[in-house]
Design a protein around this ligand. Structure first.
Ligand SMILES: [Zn+2]
Length: 283
């Protein structure tokens, strides 16, 4: 599933579409489209901006409506020069939607698992969705102070929600606390901070909280710089692989040796997701 660095890479690649006009839209999978008259509403509209909201792609239109794209497990956006309705990628049977653009060819939206969705929403709805998300690690609000506040707020939460966020791994994965981090980076960040992902939030001292805060920014920044992690089918908007998979230290490495200390990387299940760590380097 594309996480913050992968979606940010796609959004950066799609900046070329700012100011372009949507001249047509094709789909063979209406079920993914959550808005009635989607095509009628978007054709003829100019693209005002493209940005990321958590793990979603946001395309703001001149009508002030916004297309929100949830890539989910395997959604993929690819810019293709052709203006014709033809498919050039090897995955062509998975291509389900095409935006035709006045200046920049086609924006192809393919999806193998077919969980991805498209929606056209108003500015009000957009701000509601924004409010429901946790703080974005790259917003100016993600200060050390704010992060310490999130830790304190969640360290005693055990009874109410299913996702309790009471250890490091689960707070990193909790989208209403911090937006955009998924399973890969929620393993790599604690490794960078030398902290065991299963550590209870209540056990963290100020220095460790600071280290964790710094590691979130460090790992996500590095992953964006390397254009994301392509361990399964993630590709950028040019159809190219990212390269952060070559930098992974623990994710998917259970049973292999830690590159620093030779201890065997451990795997545990936290809230139904695999969590990887080095029992020696991470305390
Ligand atoms: Zn180690």
């Amino acid at each position: 599933m594309p996480e913050l660095p992968e979606v940010q890479t796609i959004v950066n690649d799609l900046q070329i579409l700012t100011g372009d006009t949507i001249t047509g839209f094709w789909t063979d999978f209406e079920k993914a489209i959550k808005t009635k008259n989607f095509k009628e509403e978007i054709v003829g509209e100019k693209i005002k901006s493209i940005r990321r909201l958590s793990k979603n792609v946001i395309i703001e239109l001149s009508s002030n409506n916004t297309i929100i794209i949830h890539l989910k497990m395997t959604g993929k956006l690819t810019l293709v020069e052709s203006r014709k309705l033809k498919v050039e990628s090897p995955n062509e049977k998975h291509l389900h939607h095409i935006f035709f653009l006045k200046k920049n060819g086609n924006l192809n939206f393919s999806d193998i698992r077919k969980f991805a969705t498209l929606e056209l929403i108003s500015l009000e709805k957009l701000s509601e969705i924004e409010k429901s998300k946790g703080v974005d690690p790259f917003s100016k609000d993600f200060t050390l102070q704010a992060f310490s506040g999130i830790i304190s707020e969640h360290k005693n939460k055990t009874r109410h929600s299913r996702v309790t966020g009471k250890n490091i791994k689960s707070i990193l994965m909790n989208q209403s606390a911090i937006a955009g981090i998924g399973n890969i980076y929620a393993s790599e960040i604690p490794y960078a901070a030398k902290l065991n992902p299963l550590r209870k939030l209540s056990s963290l001292n100020n220095k460790e909280i600071e280290l964790l805060h710094r590691s979130i920014l460090k790992i996500l920044t590095k992953a964006i710089k390397m254009r994301g992690t392509s361990i399964s089918d993630y590709r950028d908007a040019n159809g190219e692989k990212g390269s952060f998979q070559n930098q992974l230290k623990v994710y998917g490495k259970a049973g292999k040796k830690c590159h620093k200390c030779d201890t065997i990387i451990a795997k545990e299940i936290v809230e139904q997701r695999s969590t990887f760590y080095c029992p020696t380097c991470q305390k």
